[in-house]
Design a protein around this ligand. Sequence first.
Ligand SMILES: *Cc1c(COP(=O)(O)O)cnc(C)c1O
Length: 460
Amino acid sequence: MRHFPEPFRIKTVEPIKVTTREYREAAIREAGYNTFLLKSEDVFIDLLTDSGTSAMSDAQWAALQLGDEAYAGSRNFYDLEKAIQDIFGYRYVVPTHQGRAAEHIMSKLLIKAGDWVPGNMYFTTTRLHQELAGGNFVDVIIDEAHDPTNAHPFKGNVDLAKLQKLVDRVGPDKIPYISYETCVNMAGGQPISMANLRELREFCDHHGIKIMLDNTRTVENAYFIQKREQGYADKSIKEIVREICAYTDGCTCSAKKDGLVNMGGFLAMNDEDFFVEAKAQVVIYEGLHTYGGMSGRDMAALAQGIREAVATDDYIKYRVEQTNYLGELLTAGEVPHVIPHGGHAIFLDARRFLRHIEQEQFPAQSLAAAIFVETGVRAMERGNVSAGRDPKTGENRRPALELVRLTIPRRVYTQSHMDYTAEGIINLYQKREQLRGLRFVFEPKQLRFFQARFEPIAGD
Ligand SMILES: *Cc1c(COP(=O)(O)O)cnc(C)c1O
């Protein structure tokens, strides 16, 4: 079997547009060589993100019809709360319209100006909210995570020696929590191991530091633990997810990923005081604490999505193995990319793909634009542009990883879409010398990758 087949059949289809190279050249020029600024209808296969792009099941569509749109006390909230309590095991739930809203509230409540917030690498919105709350982010992920050629099976792990160093330097009182992400997005969708989390729990108990989980991709992470970690082969995905959460004090979650919905998120915790404060904040920024920016039907679809993702192990096996299938094709075509293959995406290594373009000329941005022109596939830059500038020096951050992310929406594309994508990228790799770097023509101050515009630097 080349690839674990889709454990579903297709009931509704959405046509996508086939375009010419000339058409796509004009479209990317108009978009300032930023794939975020392309129109969706000009894209053939959209691998920009797996965020909010999932296909919902028939049961989720049915759930939409059962939305209770009461301002207060919607029955869908109570059902969502129950789904989150059952599956993730946290006591208290605060709904938000998406993940960053949960990050905003958590950062505001837990971080004081001058605090330090360690994390296993950063996520764009997560770190920004930590900084806006006056915190300083410190990366404590293992060194292997910064090396795209290192095949370590759990590149999301925290390096406890790095964490110890931080504790020694600033003291545990200045560290409100560690921000612990499952299937670390910016490292290439790389999982954490249960052994690492268990050790971290011990460390944090000893120093009185909380562990706040970024729960966005815990189901995907559970699959890697089942597949790779000793002692977990016979545990269900549901059991593994529950165990991960049990080692943490609370979480933020973008439900637009593992939650299998187009919009939604939540904050969950075990501490009652934190819950009471978070409920007070959600009313200010999101909406009443029984909807938090979601409509009743959104909460209904999310409750169903959370349950579906772990109902059997087949869905997540298909999902992660489909990503792996694309990675295997690129490996066969000798296209440089991050290994091991992540859960939600394959990350091309733009440094090695475009050795002739230096990092200040944004090779990953240039590669994402070229993939679109070559194939109609939309990818995303995750490198120098995404990393932004250091707030103190104003210099580009120049991250070690200069990547282009091919992100697979859940239950949306088939194996032949993966075949087409891989073939196009392999073709482009063969003529990579023709690609040129880019320079900014417009650079936003924050989260610049979303709206920045570029122009090509002329060749010789
Ligand atoms: C998407 C994502 C977020 C932010 O969530 P939004 O729903 O996009 O606001 C936070 N953390 C991780 C790991 C994510 O992938």
